[in-house]
Design a protein around this ligand. Structure first.
Ligand SMILES: Cc1cc2nc3c(=O)[nH]c(=O)nc-3n(C[C@H](O)[C@H](O)[C@H](O)COP(=O)(O)OP(=O)(O)OC[C@H]3O[C@@H](n4cnc5c(N)ncnc54)[C@H](O)[C@@H]3O)c2cc1C
Ligand SMILES: *[C@@H]1O[C@H](CO)[C@@H](O)[C@H](O)[C@H]1NC(C)=O
Ligand SMILES: *[C@@H]1O[C@H](CO)[C@@H](O)[C@H](O)[C@H]1NC(C)=O
Ligand SMILES: *[C@@H]1O[C@H](CO)[C@@H](O)[C@H](O)[C@H]1NC(C)=O
Ligand SMILES: *[C@@H]1O[C@H](CO)[C@@H](O)[C@H](O)[C@H]1NC(C)=O
Length: 517
């Protein structure tokens, strides 16, 4: 299996006990809070307040860099509880955000500010596969690891989704969702055939492409601003009995920006034009503070064929790798290999992983392949600043586009509020505090900014974007609107927002409607 062990993984082992006191709400705020509490109590909605002994652990952010204090947390067990949570919040004038896996990089499921109502979906944890249709009904609080294992055990089925088992379906499936089968099966959100969702007026509806099509469109890309999905209905695929897992390490090439840039440039040429490239190959470049630099991925098909033809064509013209691996893995082993050291099965309650980090993305365009100049500038920065850094960082460069990518099917272009159907690479640059706990030094953020800028400033006409699931809380609402959605999609979303949530009940700092484009 390929080496994922990195400083970043160690982070997942760290857990923190928060000594963070709940923010004080005085005067009108506490009146508001009382009103909310009374309404929730009358309607029998399970609620946790700051007087509860498990309050601190319940509200602990995944990203401890950004801890916010909600005014209350509801723990609904029925759609009616979700609906009552929303209508009580409206009556009290409190903003709402649901939490699924809680892995928002900006802690937006906590509201993204103090004083919101968090609707925690942890009790919506069922996974139920219909074997004749292959459609699975999944509760809005299910984590990806449990989802992958559940559908495999119920019927040898699989779905495309991200790697980290603790991530929740609620954020992940509604803001893209990229994983090692996405070039073959599409993004996670492309598998959504229907959603049961509570809207801002408390209505509980079933949204599909033909029933509430605007809601169906908006939720697939921007659900945080439009509703609370209690159940997802997803079209699964037959899980392959095995996949080919491959890696090639080029750590010794990381001494020269020119050599490293040429490797990625060659990979780009292969990905976009080789006759050996199709949807069955997944590719990612990985780097970290320890000087790791590798190409890795999966191939759906025969190992020997891959090894002799696809892999050798991929590596042709590159320096000889320090080492490489090509091996069959069963489906569940393959999922576990990329799980960054986490077990696939996550606890249904009491999940307690935390990190302290800042992350930025760069989405590049099919029409603007990366230039040698941009890659050389990026690697020069990595070599000069990255290899001597005193804190953990890593970079993932995942191939979203390239030949035959099912993410970029033209028919998908305007079908969902996720609008990047012409992406080639998606960079994710992450910097963490040394022990993965607070405090977080500003120099780490500057370093991550620097990784992005080294690339983008060296290709001024690159037309770069950002990936909504790698939420960047440092963006202004207008920057977020432009980089995540673009003006056509954003303006369509603003119209829908005005129609279904005119008071902006579903709010976070980058919610739809916070900017004018
Ligand atoms: C370690 C790690 C690895 C990752 N790996 C990948 C990867 O491989 N590929 C990838 O694409 N992404 C990856 N991500 C990013 C991940 O997809 C996003 O952070 C995702 O949005 C988290 O979803 P969540 O439900 O856990 O987060 P949450 O914080 O619960 O939710 C995120 C946002 O969605 C809203 N939301 C949550 N549930 C619902 C719901 N049911 N209905 C409506 N809105 C909802 C929240 O209010 C919030 O605004 C990774 C993140 C981490 C931390
Ligand atoms: C809980 O919230 C109330 C009202 O906002 C506040 O007065 C009180 O100090 C908080 N309690 C704790 C333990 O933080
Ligand atoms: C599976 O879906 C089909 C078609 O919608 C439906 O007729 C059938 O009742 C479902 N099966 C189960 C077990 O729910
Ligand atoms: C592959 O080479 C890298 C250095 O280039 C090294 O860190 C890693 O341990 C090697 N892996 C194996 C399996 O030998
Ligand atoms: C991908 O692999 C499948 C078998 O796993 C094969 O049927 C198909 O022809 C391959 N290529 C494409 C483009 O789908």
């Amino acid at each position: 299996m390929f080496q994922i062990a990195s400083a970043f993984s160690a982070f997942f082992l760290a857990s923190a006990v928060l000594g963070n006191p709940a923010g004080r709400l005085e005067g009108p705020a506490s009146h508001q809070q009382q009103k909310l509490q009374d309404c929730l109590a009358v309607r029998g909605v399970p609620t946790t307040l700051n007087s509860s002994s498990d309050w601190s652990s319940l509200i602990a952010a995944f990203n401890l860099r950004l801890q916010y204090t909600p005014t209350a947390v509801t723990l609904p067990t029925t759609p009616q509880h979700v609906s009552d949570s929303v209508t009580c919040a409206i009556a009290a004038g409190v903003k709402v955000q649901p939490r699924s896996g809680g892995h928002s990089y900006g802690s937006y499921s906590l509201g993204g500010k103090d004083g919101s109502l968090m609707v925690d979906l942890q009790k919506f944890n069922s996974i139920s596969l219909n074997k004749s249709t292959g459609i699975v009904a999944v509760g809005g609080g299910v984590r990806l690891g449990n989802l992958g294992v559940g559908i495999f055990q119920q019927g040898q089925r699989a779905l495309p989704h991200g790697t980290f088992p603790g991530v929740g379906i609620g954020g992940h499936y509604t803001h893209g969702g990229f994983g090692y089968s996405s070039r073959r099966w599409g993004l996670a959100l492309d598998t959504i055939v229907a959603m049961d969702v509570v809207l801002a007026d408390g209505r509980y509806i079933h949204a599909t492409s033909t029933s509430y099509p605007d809601i169906y469109y908006a939720l697939r890309g921007a659900a945080d601003s439009f509703g609370i999905v209690t159940t997802f209905h997803l079209q699964t695929q037959s899980a392959p009995s095995q996949v080919v897992s491959f890696s090639a390490s080029f750590a010794s090439a990381l001494k020269s920006a020119d050599t490293a840039a040429n490797i990625v440039l060659k990979l780009q040429t292969f990905a976009t034009s080789s006759s050996y490239m199709d949807r069955n190959t997944t590719l990612e470049v990985y780097m970290n503070v320890n000087g790791e630099f590798s190409i890795r991925g999966w191939y759906f098909g025969d190992r020997d064929y891959f090894s002799k033809t696809v892999f050798s064509a991929m590596l042709d013209g590159m320096p000889t790798p320090d080492n490489s691996t090509v091996q069959y893995r069963t489906w569940l082993d393959a999922l576990e290999d990329i799980a960054e050291g986490e077990p696939l099965a996550e606890p249904l309650i009491g999940y307690n992983n935390h990190q302290t980090f800042y992350s930025k993305s760069v989405v590049t365009r099919e029409a603007e392949p990366l230039t040698k100049t941009a890659l050389e500038s990026f690697f020069a920065y990595v070599i000069k600043k990255g290899l001597s850094a005193t804190f953990p960082w890593n970079t993932f460069i995942a191939l979203y586009g390239g030949k035959d990518s099912q993410i970029n099917k033209p028919a998908l272009a305007d079908s969902a509020a996720y609008s990047h159907r012409d992406s080639l690479w998606v960079f994710q640059n992450i910097g963490s505090s040394p022990d993965f706990l607070p405090p977080f030094a500003p120099e780490i953020m500057n370093f991550v900014d620097g990784l992005n800028t080294a690339l983008t400033s060296a290709q001024p006409d690159g037309d770069f974007l950002a990936y909504p699931n790698y939420l960047d809380p440092a963006l202004t609402p207008a920057e977020a609107a432009r980089l995540y959605y673009g003006d056509v999609t954003y303006n369509r979303l603003v119209k829908i927002k005005k129609a279904v949530d005119p008071k902006a009940v579903f709010w976070n700092p980058q919610a739809i409607g916070n900017a004018i484009l």
